[in-house]
Design a protein around this ligand. Structure first.
Ligand SMILES: C[S@@+](CC[C@H](N)C(=O)[O-])C[C@H]1O[C@@H](n2cnc3c(N)ncnc32)[C@H](O)[C@@H]1O
Length: 194
C-alpha cells in the first residue's frame, strides 16, 4: 500500500488537530484537554464541541493512548469529519510509559484499523521503526540507573543527542516486512467515503 504523504491528503477550510498542547499548528483548530499556549479550544476529545461534518482533515498524533475511551474518540472524529475528509492516526506500539496526563494502552496496525471502523484505510505503515524502539528503551534504561533528576536530565540530553544518528538505520530497516514486530509508532491515513 502507498505509504502516503501529508500532501496527498489536502487541508480544507477547517481542519482539526487533537492534542497539540504547547504547539502552534497553522491551518488547524488546535484542541487539547489543557488551555496552554497554542491551544485554541480546551475540551475532551471524547466530546468534541463542533457540529457534524465540518473538518476536512483531522490530525490525531500520539493521543489515542492517552484517552480513557478511544472508541468514543473515534466516533467523535468520524462525526466531525466531512465526507471525503481524511484522518491521520499515529499511535505507539513499542514505546516507554509516558503520561499526558495518563497512558492507558499501545496499538498494533491491526488494532488501529479495527478502531477506525468504517473509515477506509488509504495508507498505513510505521512512522518510527525498530531502531527508534531500541534507542528510546536504552535511554529509559540508563535513566533508571541514575538516582538524581538532574543526572537523568543530562543523560537524556547527551545520550539522546549521541544516539540520534542511529535512527537513520530505520530508513533501511523499515523496508523489511518484519520491521513492525518491534516498531515504535505506526500510522494510518483513513478516509470518510462521500
Ligand atoms: C503525547 S501528546 C501529543 C503531542 C502532539 N500530538 C505531538 O505529536 O507533538 C498527547 C496530547 O494529548 C492531550 N490529550 C490527552 N488526553 C486528551 C483528551 N481526552 N482530549 C484532548 N486532548 C487530550 C494531552 O494533553 C497532550 O497534549
Amino acid at each position: 500500500m502507498n505509504p502516503g504523504e501529508p500532501k496527498d491528503f489536502p487541508l480544507g477550510r477547517w481542519n482539526l488537530y487533537l492534542g497539540g498542547a504547547g504547539r502552534r499548528v497553522p491551518g488547524y483548530v488546535n484542541l487539547d484537554l489543557f488551555a496552554v499556549p497554542g491551544v485554541d479550544i480546551a475540551a475532551d476529545a471524547e466530546r468534541l464541541p463542533f457540529p457534524d461534518a465540518i473538518f476536512q482533515r483531522v490530525e490525531c498524533d500520539a493521543v489515542l493512548e492517552h484517552v480513557r475511551d478511544p472508541v468514543q474518540v473515534m466516533c467523535e472524529i468520524r462525526r466531525v469529519l466531512a465526507p471525503g475528509g481524511y484522518v491521520h492516526l499515529v499511535t505507539p506500539f513499542c514505546h516507554p510509559f509516558h503520561e499526558y496526563p495518563k497512558d492507558y494502552r499501545r496499538f498494533t496496525l491491526d488494532g488501529l484499523k479495527e478502531l477506525a471502523g468504517p473509515l477506509e484505510t488509504v495508507a498505513e505503515g510505521w512512522r518510527t521503526g525498530p531502531t527508534a524502539t531500541v534507542l528510546v528503551f536504552t535511554l529509559e534504561y540508563v535513566k533508571l540507573l541514575l538516582p538524581f533528576r538532574g543526572w537523568r536530565m543530562i543523560a537524556h540530553g547527551v545520550l539522546g543527542w549521541l544516539l540520534f544518528p542511529f535512527r537513520y538505520l530505520d530508513l533501511f530497516l523499515l523496508r523489511s516486512p518484519q520491521a513492525g514486530r518491534i516498531g515504535n509508532h505506526c500510522y494510518l491515513w483513513v478516509r470518510k467515503n462521500p
